[in-house]
Ligand binder design. Structure first.
Ligand SMILES: Cc1cc2nc3c(=O)[nH]c(=O)nc-3n(C[C@H](O)[C@H](O)[C@H](O)COP(=O)(O)O)c2cc1C
Length: 57
């Protein structure tokens, strides 16, 4: 298989909506398309740094 080096996308993709609360109980939600089922009862999400990730640090 040859890769051209151009950016690639796979569509259609599902989108996860991740809901969190901060330390004051303020709710927040974000979209995450880069995720998958990686085992029974387990998902893997590829996340950059966001308010959402700060909330569950
Ligand atoms: C359709 C869609 C899919 C996205 N998927 C991801 C993702 O998989 N990982 C990620 O880090 N950000 C992803 N983003 C970007 C975050 O959703 C976006 O930066 C969001 O504002 C973060 O929210 P927060 O800062 O309130 O936590 C996606 C955005 C959109 C619109």
């Amino acid at each position: 298989m040859e890769f051209s080096g151009q950016k690639s996308t796979i569509t259609p993709e599902g989108v996860f909506i991740i809901g969190t609360y901060d330390e004051s109980g303020v709710p927040n939600a974000m979209n995450a398309a880069w995720g998958m089922q990686s085992d029974m009862g387990e998902i893997t999400l590829m996340l950059g740094k966001h308010k959402t990730t700060e909330n569950f640090e």
